[in-house]
Ligand binder design. Structure first.
Ligand SMILES: CC(=O)SCCNC(=O)CCNC(=O)[C@H](O)C(C)(C)COP(=O)(O)OP(=O)(O)OC[C@H]1O[C@@H](n2cnc3c(N)ncnc32)[C@H](O)[C@@H]1OP(=O)(O)O
Ligand SMILES: CC(=O)C(=O)O
Length: 507
Protein backbone atom coordinates (compact mmCIF):
# COMPACT_ATOMS: atom_id res chain seq x y z
CA UNK A 1 0.00 0.00 0.00
CA UNK A 2 1.17 3.54 -0.68
CA UNK A 3 1.86 5.73 2.31
CA UNK A 4 -0.10 8.75 1.16
CA UNK A 5 0.41 10.68 4.40
CA UNK A 6 1.38 14.28 3.63
CA UNK A 7 4.91 14.56 4.98
CA UNK A 8 5.37 18.24 4.06
CA UNK A 9 4.59 20.72 6.80
CA UNK A 10 3.88 23.63 4.45
CA UNK A 11 2.44 23.90 0.95
CA UNK A 12 5.32 23.35 -1.47
CA UNK A 13 5.97 26.42 -3.63
CA UNK A 14 6.80 25.83 -7.29
CA UNK A 15 9.51 28.02 -8.83
CA UNK A 16 9.60 27.35 -12.56
CA UNK A 17 12.86 28.04 -14.37
CA UNK A 18 11.94 26.75 -17.84
CA UNK A 19 12.56 30.21 -19.27
CA UNK A 20 15.99 30.54 -17.60
CA UNK A 21 17.72 27.23 -16.83
CA UNK A 22 15.42 25.45 -19.30
CA UNK A 23 16.44 27.90 -22.00
CA UNK A 24 20.09 27.16 -21.13
CA UNK A 25 19.54 23.75 -22.78
CA UNK A 26 22.16 23.94 -25.54
CA UNK A 27 20.57 25.11 -28.78
CA UNK A 28 17.37 26.44 -27.22
CA UNK A 29 16.53 30.09 -27.71
CA UNK A 30 13.10 31.65 -27.23
CA UNK A 31 11.82 34.98 -28.49
CA UNK A 32 10.17 37.38 -26.02
CA UNK A 33 6.73 36.53 -27.44
CA UNK A 34 7.38 32.81 -27.05
CA UNK A 35 8.52 33.38 -23.47
CA UNK A 36 5.35 35.33 -22.75
CA UNK A 37 3.25 32.50 -24.21
CA UNK A 38 4.96 29.94 -21.95
CA UNK A 39 4.86 32.24 -18.91
CA UNK A 40 1.12 32.77 -19.38
CA UNK A 41 0.55 29.00 -19.40
CA UNK A 42 2.80 28.56 -16.35
CA UNK A 43 0.93 31.20 -14.41
CA UNK A 44 -2.46 29.78 -15.41
CA UNK A 45 -1.43 26.30 -14.34
CA UNK A 46 -0.61 27.72 -10.91
CA UNK A 47 3.18 27.97 -10.49
CA UNK A 48 4.18 30.50 -7.85
CA UNK A 49 7.37 31.97 -9.38
CA UNK A 50 8.50 32.22 -13.01
CA UNK A 51 12.21 32.78 -13.60
CA UNK A 52 11.84 34.66 -16.87
CA UNK A 53 15.48 34.71 -17.94
CA UNK A 54 18.92 36.13 -17.19
CA UNK A 55 18.73 39.91 -17.05
CA UNK A 56 22.33 40.40 -18.19
CA UNK A 57 22.26 37.98 -21.10
CA UNK A 58 20.78 40.10 -23.90
CA UNK A 59 18.39 42.88 -24.87
CA UNK A 60 15.84 40.23 -25.84
CA UNK A 61 16.04 38.71 -22.36
CA UNK A 62 15.33 42.08 -20.80
CA UNK A 63 12.42 42.62 -23.20
CA UNK A 64 11.04 39.21 -22.13
CA UNK A 65 11.27 40.17 -18.46
CA UNK A 66 9.43 43.41 -19.21
CA UNK A 67 6.73 41.66 -21.27
CA UNK A 68 6.15 39.04 -18.58
CA UNK A 69 6.19 41.49 -15.66
CA UNK A 70 3.75 43.79 -17.52
CA UNK A 71 1.37 40.93 -18.38
CA UNK A 72 -0.43 40.99 -15.03
CA UNK A 73 0.20 37.31 -14.35
CA UNK A 74 -0.51 36.00 -10.88
CA UNK A 75 2.93 34.33 -10.67
CA UNK A 76 5.90 36.30 -9.36
CA UNK A 77 8.30 37.39 -12.14
CA UNK A 78 11.91 36.59 -11.21
CA UNK A 79 15.21 36.86 -13.06
CA UNK A 80 18.65 35.33 -12.60
CA UNK A 81 21.32 37.88 -11.66
CA UNK A 82 24.97 37.62 -10.72
CA UNK A 83 26.22 39.48 -7.64
CA UNK A 84 26.69 42.56 -9.77
CA UNK A 85 24.96 45.95 -9.57
CA UNK A 86 24.62 46.03 -13.36
CA UNK A 87 22.58 42.78 -13.41
CA UNK A 88 20.43 43.96 -10.50
CA UNK A 89 19.77 47.27 -12.25
CA UNK A 90 18.58 45.39 -15.33
CA UNK A 91 16.21 43.35 -13.15
CA UNK A 92 14.74 46.40 -11.42
CA UNK A 93 14.62 48.58 -14.56
CA UNK A 94 12.79 45.92 -16.58
CA UNK A 95 10.14 45.28 -13.94
CA UNK A 96 11.11 41.98 -12.25
CA UNK A 97 9.47 41.34 -8.88
CA UNK A 98 12.39 39.33 -7.59
CA UNK A 99 15.96 38.26 -8.28
CA UNK A 100 17.51 34.82 -8.11
CA UNK A 101 20.83 36.17 -6.92
CA UNK A 102 23.37 33.44 -7.51
CA UNK A 103 26.86 33.25 -5.98
CA UNK A 104 29.27 30.36 -6.37
CA UNK A 105 29.88 28.80 -2.94
CA UNK A 106 32.16 25.78 -3.47
CA UNK A 107 35.90 26.41 -3.25
CA UNK A 108 36.17 24.87 -6.71
CA UNK A 109 33.92 27.54 -8.21
CA UNK A 110 35.26 30.35 -6.04
CA UNK A 111 38.94 29.68 -6.70
CA UNK A 112 39.09 28.10 -10.14
CA UNK A 113 36.21 29.87 -11.85
CA UNK A 114 36.02 33.29 -10.20
CA UNK A 115 39.68 33.33 -9.02
CA UNK A 116 38.53 34.90 -5.77
CA UNK A 117 38.56 34.07 -2.07
CA UNK A 118 35.65 33.04 0.14
CA UNK A 119 35.82 36.46 1.82
CA UNK A 120 35.61 38.30 -1.51
CA UNK A 121 32.63 36.21 -2.65
CA UNK A 122 30.83 36.72 0.66
CA UNK A 123 31.37 40.46 0.46
CA UNK A 124 30.06 40.51 -3.15
CA UNK A 125 27.01 38.48 -2.16
CA UNK A 126 26.10 40.60 0.85
CA UNK A 127 26.51 43.93 -0.87
CA UNK A 128 24.49 42.63 -3.85
CA UNK A 129 21.69 41.60 -1.45
CA UNK A 130 21.66 45.08 0.07
CA UNK A 131 21.72 46.70 -3.36
CA UNK A 132 18.85 44.55 -4.64
CA UNK A 133 16.78 45.35 -1.55
CA UNK A 134 17.50 49.08 -2.09
CA UNK A 135 16.16 48.62 -5.65
CA UNK A 136 12.93 47.22 -4.19
CA UNK A 137 13.40 43.60 -5.26
CA UNK A 138 12.50 40.38 -3.46
CA UNK A 139 15.82 38.55 -3.05
CA UNK A 140 16.37 34.79 -3.28
CA UNK A 141 20.05 34.40 -2.32
CA UNK A 142 21.30 31.27 -4.02
CA UNK A 143 24.42 29.17 -3.50
CA UNK A 144 25.79 27.76 -6.76
CA UNK A 145 27.45 24.32 -6.44
CA UNK A 146 26.21 24.19 -2.84
CA UNK A 147 26.47 20.38 -2.76
CA UNK A 148 30.27 20.71 -2.85
CA UNK A 149 30.52 23.75 -0.56
CA UNK A 150 32.05 23.87 2.89
CA UNK A 151 29.00 23.58 5.17
CA UNK A 152 30.07 26.16 7.76
CA UNK A 153 30.98 28.67 5.05
CA UNK A 154 27.64 28.26 3.27
CA UNK A 155 25.72 28.56 6.53
CA UNK A 156 27.55 31.77 7.43
CA UNK A 157 27.09 33.25 3.95
CA UNK A 158 23.34 32.56 4.12
CA UNK A 159 22.97 33.75 7.76
CA UNK A 160 24.61 37.09 7.06
CA UNK A 161 22.72 37.31 3.74
CA UNK A 162 19.44 37.14 5.66
CA UNK A 163 20.66 39.81 8.08
CA UNK A 164 21.43 42.01 5.07
CA UNK A 165 17.87 41.55 3.77
CA UNK A 166 17.63 38.34 1.73
CA UNK A 167 14.02 37.12 1.76
CA UNK A 168 14.68 33.56 0.68
CA UNK A 169 17.59 31.17 0.14
CA UNK A 170 18.33 28.55 -2.49
CA UNK A 171 20.54 25.44 -2.48
CA UNK A 172 21.78 24.70 -6.02
CA UNK A 173 22.90 21.16 -6.77
CA UNK A 174 24.58 22.56 -9.86
CA UNK A 175 26.02 19.37 -11.34
CA UNK A 176 23.63 16.80 -9.89
CA UNK A 177 25.77 15.40 -7.08
CA UNK A 178 23.19 15.47 -4.30
CA UNK A 179 21.61 12.26 -3.03
CA UNK A 180 18.52 11.92 -0.83
CA UNK A 181 20.76 10.91 2.10
CA UNK A 182 23.00 13.96 1.72
CA UNK A 183 19.99 16.24 1.30
CA UNK A 184 18.66 14.96 4.65
CA UNK A 185 21.95 16.05 6.27
CA UNK A 186 22.73 19.27 4.41
CA UNK A 187 19.32 20.94 4.17
CA UNK A 188 18.04 21.28 7.78
CA UNK A 189 20.82 23.65 9.03
CA UNK A 190 20.15 25.95 6.06
CA UNK A 191 16.43 26.43 6.75
CA UNK A 192 17.01 29.82 8.41
CA UNK A 193 14.60 31.40 5.89
CA UNK A 194 12.31 29.89 3.23
CA UNK A 195 14.69 27.62 1.29
CA UNK A 196 14.43 26.52 -2.35
CA UNK A 197 16.04 23.43 -3.80
CA UNK A 198 17.43 23.53 -7.36
CA UNK A 199 18.59 20.16 -8.70
CA UNK A 200 20.16 18.92 -11.91
CA UNK A 201 19.67 15.46 -13.36
CA UNK A 202 23.23 14.53 -14.39
CA UNK A 203 23.01 11.19 -12.58
CA UNK A 204 19.22 10.84 -12.69
CA UNK A 205 18.76 11.94 -9.07
CA UNK A 206 17.13 15.34 -9.57
CA UNK A 207 13.59 14.36 -8.61
CA UNK A 208 14.65 12.12 -5.70
CA UNK A 209 17.01 14.76 -4.28
CA UNK A 210 14.38 17.50 -4.70
CA UNK A 211 11.86 15.37 -2.80
CA UNK A 212 14.38 14.61 -0.07
CA UNK A 213 15.24 18.29 0.33
CA UNK A 214 11.54 19.16 0.59
CA UNK A 215 11.11 16.49 3.25
CA UNK A 216 14.17 17.87 5.06
CA UNK A 217 12.70 21.36 5.32
CA UNK A 218 13.03 23.15 1.96
CA UNK A 219 9.73 24.81 1.05
CA UNK A 220 10.15 25.55 -2.65
CA UNK A 221 11.22 23.41 -5.62
CA UNK A 222 12.93 24.78 -8.72
CA UNK A 223 11.64 22.88 -11.76
CA UNK A 224 11.40 23.08 -15.53
CA UNK A 225 8.74 21.84 -17.93
CA UNK A 226 9.87 18.54 -19.51
CA UNK A 227 12.97 18.64 -17.29
CA UNK A 228 14.76 21.00 -19.68
CA UNK A 229 17.93 22.66 -18.43
CA UNK A 230 21.72 22.66 -18.61
CA UNK A 231 23.19 19.32 -19.77
CA UNK A 232 20.85 16.55 -18.51
CA UNK A 233 18.35 19.14 -17.30
CA UNK A 234 16.56 20.01 -14.08
CA UNK A 235 13.84 18.40 -11.99
CA UNK A 236 10.77 18.13 -14.21
CA UNK A 237 7.72 20.17 -13.17
CA UNK A 238 5.29 17.45 -14.20
CA UNK A 239 7.20 14.70 -12.38
CA UNK A 240 7.56 16.69 -9.16
CA UNK A 241 3.91 17.76 -9.09
CA UNK A 242 2.53 14.30 -9.79
CA UNK A 243 4.93 12.65 -7.33
CA UNK A 244 3.87 15.08 -4.61
CA UNK A 245 0.22 14.48 -5.37
CA UNK A 246 0.24 10.73 -6.00
CA UNK A 247 2.98 9.42 -3.73
CA UNK A 248 2.68 11.85 -0.82
CA UNK A 249 -0.95 13.01 -1.04
CA UNK A 250 0.26 16.62 -1.10
CA UNK A 251 -2.13 19.01 -2.86
CA UNK A 252 0.11 21.28 -4.95
CA UNK A 253 -2.62 23.57 -6.26
CA UNK A 254 -1.24 23.01 -9.78
CA UNK A 255 -3.85 22.38 -12.52
CA UNK A 256 -2.53 18.94 -13.32
CA UNK A 257 -4.98 18.36 -16.15
CA UNK A 258 -3.13 21.06 -18.14
CA UNK A 259 0.35 19.57 -17.63
CA UNK A 260 0.41 17.68 -20.92
CA UNK A 261 -0.74 20.65 -22.95
CA UNK A 262 1.94 22.83 -21.33
CA UNK A 263 4.54 20.17 -22.09
CA UNK A 264 3.59 20.09 -25.78
CA UNK A 265 3.66 23.91 -26.00
CA UNK A 266 7.17 23.97 -24.50
CA UNK A 267 8.36 21.13 -26.71
CA UNK A 268 7.05 22.89 -29.82
CA UNK A 269 8.48 26.30 -28.95
CA UNK A 270 11.90 25.02 -27.80
CA UNK A 271 12.22 22.44 -30.57
CA UNK A 272 13.21 19.80 -27.99
CA UNK A 273 11.30 16.60 -28.73
CA UNK A 274 10.09 14.51 -25.80
CA UNK A 275 11.60 11.08 -25.24
CA UNK A 276 8.77 8.66 -25.94
CA UNK A 277 9.20 6.98 -22.54
CA UNK A 278 9.35 10.22 -20.52
CA UNK A 279 7.23 10.01 -17.36
CA UNK A 280 3.83 11.77 -17.56
CA UNK A 281 4.37 13.49 -20.94
CA UNK A 282 6.14 10.95 -23.19
CA UNK A 283 4.17 9.43 -26.05
CA UNK A 284 4.25 5.99 -24.41
CA UNK A 285 3.55 7.07 -20.81
CA UNK A 286 -0.08 5.88 -21.07
CA UNK A 287 0.18 3.44 -23.99
CA UNK A 288 -0.01 -0.32 -23.61
CA UNK A 289 0.92 -3.05 -26.07
CA UNK A 290 1.72 -6.17 -24.06
CA UNK A 291 -1.19 -8.57 -24.01
CA UNK A 292 -1.12 -9.17 -20.25
CA UNK A 293 -1.05 -5.43 -19.53
CA UNK A 294 -3.75 -4.55 -22.06
CA UNK A 295 -5.97 -7.32 -20.71
CA UNK A 296 -5.46 -6.05 -17.14
CA UNK A 297 -5.96 -2.40 -18.05
CA UNK A 298 -9.18 -3.16 -19.90
CA UNK A 299 -10.54 -4.75 -16.70
CA UNK A 300 -9.14 -2.17 -14.28
CA UNK A 301 -6.70 0.47 -15.49
CA UNK A 302 -5.02 0.79 -12.09
CA UNK A 303 -3.48 -2.67 -12.59
CA UNK A 304 -0.83 -1.13 -14.86
CA UNK A 305 -1.20 2.64 -14.42
CA UNK A 306 -0.10 4.72 -11.43
CA UNK A 307 -2.06 7.76 -12.61
CA UNK A 308 -5.34 8.06 -14.47
CA UNK A 309 -4.22 9.63 -17.79
CA UNK A 310 -7.01 12.24 -17.76
CA UNK A 311 -5.56 13.61 -14.50
CA UNK A 312 -2.64 15.02 -16.51
CA UNK A 313 -4.66 15.80 -19.64
CA UNK A 314 -3.91 12.59 -21.51
CA UNK A 315 -5.73 9.57 -22.91
CA UNK A 316 -4.94 5.88 -22.57
CA UNK A 317 -4.03 4.04 -25.78
CA UNK A 318 -3.86 0.35 -26.50
CA UNK A 319 -1.69 -0.35 -29.55
CA UNK A 320 -1.28 -3.64 -31.33
CA UNK A 321 2.04 -5.34 -31.96
CA UNK A 322 3.84 -8.61 -31.54
CA UNK A 323 3.28 -8.51 -27.77
CA UNK A 324 -0.51 -8.21 -28.12
CA UNK A 325 -2.91 -10.83 -26.83
CA UNK A 326 -6.37 -11.77 -28.02
CA UNK A 327 -8.22 -9.46 -25.58
CA UNK A 328 -6.63 -6.31 -27.00
CA UNK A 329 -6.87 -7.48 -30.61
CA UNK A 330 -10.55 -8.39 -30.23
CA UNK A 331 -11.33 -4.98 -28.69
CA UNK A 332 -9.47 -3.17 -31.49
CA UNK A 333 -11.22 -5.24 -34.14
CA UNK A 334 -14.64 -4.54 -32.61
CA UNK A 335 -13.83 -0.84 -32.65
CA UNK A 336 -12.93 -1.16 -36.32
CA UNK A 337 -16.23 -2.89 -36.98
CA UNK A 338 -14.99 -6.50 -37.38
CA UNK A 339 -16.69 -9.41 -35.59
CA UNK A 340 -14.33 -12.40 -35.91
CA UNK A 341 -15.21 -15.76 -34.38
CA UNK A 342 -12.75 -17.40 -31.95
CA UNK A 343 -10.83 -19.23 -34.70
CA UNK A 344 -10.57 -16.13 -36.87
CA UNK A 345 -9.44 -14.05 -33.90
CA UNK A 346 -6.68 -16.54 -33.10
CA UNK A 347 -5.54 -16.43 -36.73
CA UNK A 348 -5.51 -12.60 -36.77
CA UNK A 349 -3.49 -12.53 -33.52
CA UNK A 350 -0.95 -14.93 -35.03
CA UNK A 351 -0.59 -12.87 -38.21
CA UNK A 352 -0.12 -9.66 -36.21
CA UNK A 353 2.66 -11.38 -34.24
CA UNK A 354 4.29 -12.60 -37.47
CA UNK A 355 4.26 -9.05 -38.84
CA UNK A 356 5.66 -7.75 -35.55
CA UNK A 357 8.45 -10.33 -35.75
CA UNK A 358 9.63 -8.65 -38.95
CA UNK A 359 10.42 -5.58 -36.82
CA UNK A 360 7.51 -3.49 -38.05
CA UNK A 361 5.37 -1.01 -36.13
CA UNK A 362 1.80 -2.29 -36.62
CA UNK A 363 -0.67 0.27 -37.96
CA UNK A 364 -4.47 0.19 -38.20
CA UNK A 365 -4.14 -0.33 -41.95
CA UNK A 366 -2.01 -3.45 -41.28
CA UNK A 367 -4.59 -4.84 -38.86
CA UNK A 368 -7.42 -4.17 -41.31
CA UNK A 369 -5.52 -5.82 -44.14
CA UNK A 370 -4.98 -8.91 -41.98
CA UNK A 371 -8.61 -8.93 -40.78
CA UNK A 372 -9.92 -8.56 -44.34
CA UNK A 373 -7.79 -11.49 -45.44
CA UNK A 374 -8.80 -13.75 -42.54
CA UNK A 375 -12.49 -12.84 -42.74
CA UNK A 376 -12.40 -13.08 -46.58
CA UNK A 377 -13.69 -9.53 -46.96
CA UNK A 378 -12.98 -8.20 -50.40
CA UNK A 379 -11.38 -4.81 -50.20
CA UNK A 380 -11.32 -2.73 -53.35
CA UNK A 381 -9.17 0.32 -52.72
CA UNK A 382 -10.96 3.57 -53.57
CA UNK A 383 -7.70 5.22 -54.64
CA UNK A 384 -4.99 4.09 -56.96
CA UNK A 385 -1.91 6.19 -57.58
CA UNK A 386 -0.99 6.64 -61.21
CA UNK A 387 1.89 9.12 -60.83
CA UNK A 388 3.14 12.05 -58.87
CA UNK A 389 5.70 14.78 -59.62
CA UNK A 390 7.46 17.07 -57.16
CA UNK A 391 9.24 20.32 -57.95
CA UNK A 392 11.43 21.74 -55.21
CA UNK A 393 14.66 23.71 -54.99
CA UNK A 394 16.37 26.77 -53.58
CA UNK A 395 14.38 29.12 -55.82
CA UNK A 396 11.17 27.11 -56.23
CA UNK A 397 8.09 26.91 -54.04
CA UNK A 398 7.69 23.16 -53.28
CA UNK A 399 4.91 22.00 -55.60
CA UNK A 400 3.35 18.58 -56.07
CA UNK A 401 1.11 17.21 -58.78
CA UNK A 402 -0.63 13.85 -58.28
CA UNK A 403 -2.74 11.77 -60.62
CA UNK A 404 -4.98 9.13 -59.06
CA UNK A 405 -8.07 7.18 -59.81
CA UNK A 406 -10.69 7.93 -57.18
CA UNK A 407 -13.40 5.26 -57.35
CA UNK A 408 -12.40 4.62 -60.95
CA UNK A 409 -12.34 8.23 -62.07
CA UNK A 410 -9.00 9.79 -63.02
CA UNK A 411 -8.17 13.01 -61.16
CA UNK A 412 -5.10 15.24 -61.28
CA UNK A 413 -4.49 17.78 -58.52
CA UNK A 414 -1.62 20.10 -57.63
CA UNK A 415 -0.68 21.88 -54.41
CA UNK A 416 2.16 23.86 -52.89
CA UNK A 417 3.50 23.33 -49.37
CA UNK A 418 6.18 24.16 -46.83
CA UNK A 419 8.28 21.35 -48.27
CA UNK A 420 7.92 18.58 -50.86
CA UNK A 421 6.27 16.14 -48.43
CA UNK A 422 3.79 18.78 -47.28
CA UNK A 423 3.00 19.67 -50.92
CA UNK A 424 2.46 16.00 -51.84
CA UNK A 425 0.13 15.39 -48.89
CA UNK A 426 -1.85 18.55 -49.65
CA UNK A 427 -2.26 17.47 -53.28
CA UNK A 428 -3.54 14.07 -52.12
CA UNK A 429 -5.99 15.70 -49.69
CA UNK A 430 -7.23 17.94 -52.50
CA UNK A 431 -7.73 14.99 -54.83
CA UNK A 432 -10.24 13.35 -52.45
CA UNK A 433 -11.99 16.55 -51.37
CA UNK A 434 -15.14 15.60 -53.32
CA UNK A 435 -15.61 12.50 -51.15
CA UNK A 436 -14.64 14.09 -47.84
CA UNK A 437 -12.15 16.05 -45.80
CA UNK A 438 -9.22 13.87 -44.76
CA UNK A 439 -7.07 15.47 -42.04
CA UNK A 440 -3.46 14.63 -41.28
CA UNK A 441 -3.36 14.25 -37.47
CA UNK A 442 0.19 12.94 -37.06
CA UNK A 443 3.22 12.41 -39.26
CA UNK A 444 6.15 10.38 -37.98
CA UNK A 445 9.30 9.38 -39.82
CA UNK A 446 12.04 6.94 -38.81
CA UNK A 447 15.24 6.36 -40.76
CA UNK A 448 15.62 2.61 -40.47
CA UNK A 449 19.29 2.43 -41.44
CA UNK A 450 21.94 5.16 -41.35
CA UNK A 451 23.16 7.20 -44.30
CA UNK A 452 21.47 9.20 -47.03
CA UNK A 453 20.30 5.99 -48.74
CA UNK A 454 18.46 4.86 -45.59
CA UNK A 455 15.10 3.13 -45.78
CA UNK A 456 12.62 5.57 -44.28
CA UNK A 457 9.48 4.40 -42.53
CA UNK A 458 6.67 6.95 -42.51
CA UNK A 459 3.67 6.46 -40.23
CA UNK A 460 0.68 8.77 -40.54
CA UNK A 461 -2.53 9.16 -38.61
CA UNK A 462 -5.41 10.42 -40.77
CA UNK A 463 -8.96 11.21 -39.79
CA UNK A 464 -12.25 11.75 -41.54
CA UNK A 465 -15.60 12.48 -39.91
CA UNK A 466 -14.25 11.68 -36.43
CA UNK A 467 -12.79 8.31 -37.49
CA UNK A 468 -9.02 7.95 -37.46
CA UNK A 469 -6.62 5.42 -38.89
CA UNK A 470 -2.86 4.88 -38.84
CA UNK A 471 -0.96 3.61 -41.86
CA UNK A 472 2.59 3.28 -43.05
CA UNK A 473 4.84 3.55 -46.07
CA UNK A 474 8.46 2.41 -46.24
CA UNK A 475 10.80 3.41 -49.07
CA UNK A 476 14.26 4.85 -49.55
CA UNK A 477 12.55 7.99 -50.86
CA UNK A 478 10.79 9.94 -48.11
CA UNK A 479 8.25 11.50 -50.48
CA UNK A 480 7.22 8.17 -51.98
CA UNK A 481 7.01 6.63 -48.48
CA UNK A 482 4.80 9.52 -47.36
CA UNK A 483 2.52 9.27 -50.41
CA UNK A 484 2.25 5.50 -49.92
CA UNK A 485 1.36 5.91 -46.23
CA UNK A 486 -1.28 8.57 -46.93
CA UNK A 487 -2.90 6.61 -49.77
CA UNK A 488 -3.01 3.45 -47.61
CA UNK A 489 -4.71 5.42 -44.82
CA UNK A 490 -7.12 7.19 -47.19
CA UNK A 491 -8.13 3.90 -48.72
CA UNK A 492 -9.06 2.63 -45.27
CA UNK A 493 -11.03 5.77 -44.44
CA UNK A 494 -12.82 5.78 -47.79
CA UNK A 495 -13.72 2.09 -47.90
CA UNK A 496 -17.32 1.31 -48.75
CA UNK A 497 -18.20 -0.74 -45.67
CA UNK A 498 -19.31 1.36 -42.72
CA UNK A 499 -17.56 0.74 -39.38
CA UNK A 500 -19.68 3.03 -37.28
CA UNK A 501 -18.12 2.12 -33.95
CA UNK A 502 -14.48 2.57 -34.97
CA UNK A 503 -13.03 5.04 -32.44
CA UNK A 504 -10.06 7.33 -32.04
CA UNK A 505 -8.32 5.04 -29.59
CA UNK A 506 -8.63 1.95 -31.64
CA UNK A 507 -5.03 1.55 -32.67
C1 LIG B 1 24.77 27.30 -12.98
C2 LIG B 1 24.14 28.34 -13.78
O1 LIG B 1 23.22 28.04 -14.44
S1 LIG B 1 24.74 29.88 -13.74
C3 LIG B 1 23.84 30.80 -14.90
C4 LIG B 1 24.33 30.61 -16.28
N1 LIG B 1 23.67 31.58 -17.11
C5 LIG B 1 24.30 32.36 -17.95
O2 LIG B 1 25.51 32.24 -18.18
C6 LIG B 1 23.44 33.40 -18.61
C7 LIG B 1 23.93 33.75 -19.99
N2 LIG B 1 25.23 34.35 -19.91
C8 LIG B 1 25.62 35.42 -20.65
O3 LIG B 1 24.90 35.94 -21.49
C9 LIG B 1 26.99 35.95 -20.41
O4 LIG B 1 27.80 34.92 -19.84
C10 LIG B 1 26.96 37.18 -19.44
C11 LIG B 1 26.27 38.35 -20.15
C12 LIG B 1 26.22 36.83 -18.14
C13 LIG B 1 28.39 37.57 -19.07
O5 LIG B 1 29.11 37.72 -20.25
P1 LIG B 1 30.64 38.20 -20.20
O6 LIG B 1 30.73 39.46 -19.41
O7 LIG B 1 31.10 38.25 -21.60
O8 LIG B 1 31.43 37.11 -19.33
P2 LIG B 1 31.69 35.55 -19.56
O9 LIG B 1 30.42 34.88 -19.90
O10 LIG B 1 32.82 35.32 -20.47
O11 LIG B 1 32.16 35.13 -18.09
C14 LIG B 1 31.31 35.20 -16.97
C15 LIG B 1 31.66 36.37 -16.09
O12 LIG B 1 30.73 36.44 -15.02
C16 LIG B 1 31.45 36.35 -13.76
N3 LIG B 1 30.58 35.69 -12.83
C17 LIG B 1 30.13 34.42 -12.89
N4 LIG B 1 29.29 34.18 -11.90
C18 LIG B 1 29.20 35.32 -11.19
C19 LIG B 1 28.47 35.71 -10.05
N5 LIG B 1 27.64 34.85 -9.48
N6 LIG B 1 28.61 36.96 -9.58
C20 LIG B 1 29.44 37.82 -10.19
N7 LIG B 1 30.14 37.52 -11.29
C21 LIG B 1 30.03 36.27 -11.77
C22 LIG B 1 32.71 35.59 -14.11
O13 LIG B 1 33.73 35.79 -13.17
C23 LIG B 1 33.03 36.22 -15.48
O14 LIG B 1 33.54 37.52 -15.27
P3 LIG B 1 35.12 37.88 -15.48
O15 LIG B 1 35.40 37.59 -16.90
O16 LIG B 1 35.14 39.31 -15.13
O17 LIG B 1 35.84 36.98 -14.54
C1 LIG C 1 22.07 28.64 -10.63
C2 LIG C 1 21.89 27.38 -11.28
O1 LIG C 1 21.14 27.24 -12.21
C3 LIG C 1 22.66 26.23 -10.79
O2 LIG C 1 23.52 26.39 -9.94
O3 LIG C 1 22.39 25.13 -11.28
Amino acid sequence: MLNRKNTFSEPVRIFDTTLRDGEQTPGVSLTPDQKLEIATHLSEIGVHVIEAGSAAASAGERQSIKLISDAGLSAECCTYVRALAQDIDFAADFGADSVHLVVPVSDLHIEKKLRKTREQVSAMAWSAVEYAKDRGLIVELSGEDASRADRAFLQELFREGIDRGADRLCFCDTVGLLTPERAAELIPPLCMAPLSIHCHDDLGFALASTMAALKAGATCAHVTVNGLGERAGNTALEELVMSLEVLYGHATGIRTEDLYHLSTVVSRLTGVALATNKPIVGEMAFTHESGIHAHGVMRDASTYESIIPERVGRKRRIVLGKHSGSAAVETALHEMGYRPDAGQLAEIVQRIKQLGDTGKRITDADVMTIADAVLAIEFAPALELMQFTIVSGSNAMPTASVTLTVKGEEITCAATGNGPVDAAIRALQRSVSDVGTVRLEQYHVDAISGGTDALVDVTVKLSKDGVSVTSRGARTDIITASVEAVIAGMNRLLREEKHEDRSENSH
